[in-house]
Design a protein around this ligand. Structure first.
Ligand SMILES: [Zn+2]
Length: 152
């Protein structure tokens, strides 16, 4: 850390204390060049929400993973790449807007499904079978029937 007194980048930490709420750490430092003391505060910066998976495990938001999932669902379907890219962007915008620390992977799946529904029915079913993990063929059938009802 650059010393605010002499601007040299040569200091040592002489004390380190975690705040009462555990959300930040204050470090007392001493400049090795001029001997002046100063403090720095370190806090956690959350860049994107954690994704909560069905089994409760958490992982960081992975744009590529969502993109790959949609590409796979749209394989050999008449869905243009920019449509897929746009969908991933709208997922990112949505996550940004709701501004939560954690989001269920299921909710992201549903968001994508809503978009896919109007884009391509086959891709929708493929994606749904992965993300909604249908219990059995009946559940899949119900989903398809509903889709057909809405289209006709
Ligand atoms: Zn200094």
């Amino acid at each position: 850390m650059r010393c605010p007194f002499c601007s040299n980048d040569n200091d040592k930490v002489i004390d380190s204390r975690v705040s009462k709420d555990g959300k930040s750490t204050r470090r007392k430092r001493m400049c090795n060049v001029c001997g002046n003391r100063f403090s720095t505060v370190e806090t956690v910066v959350v860049l994107s929400p954690l994704i909560v998976k069905k089994d409760g495990r958490r992982e960081s938001f992975d744009r590529q993973k969502i993109l790959n999932g949609i590409i796979k669902a749209c394989e050999k379907r008449p869905v243009p790449y920019y449509g897929i890219e746009e969908m991933v962007q709208s997922v990112e915008r949505w996550i940004d807007e709701i501004n939560l620390k954690e989001i269920k992977s299921e909710d992201i799946g549903k968001f994508v499904l809503n978009k896919l529904k109007s884009l391509d029915a086959i891709s929708y079913i493929r994606f749904a079978s992965v993300y909604l993990s249908f219990k059995d063929i009946n559940e899949l059938y119900e989903n398809v029937s509903e889709l057909i009802r809405k289209q006709s």
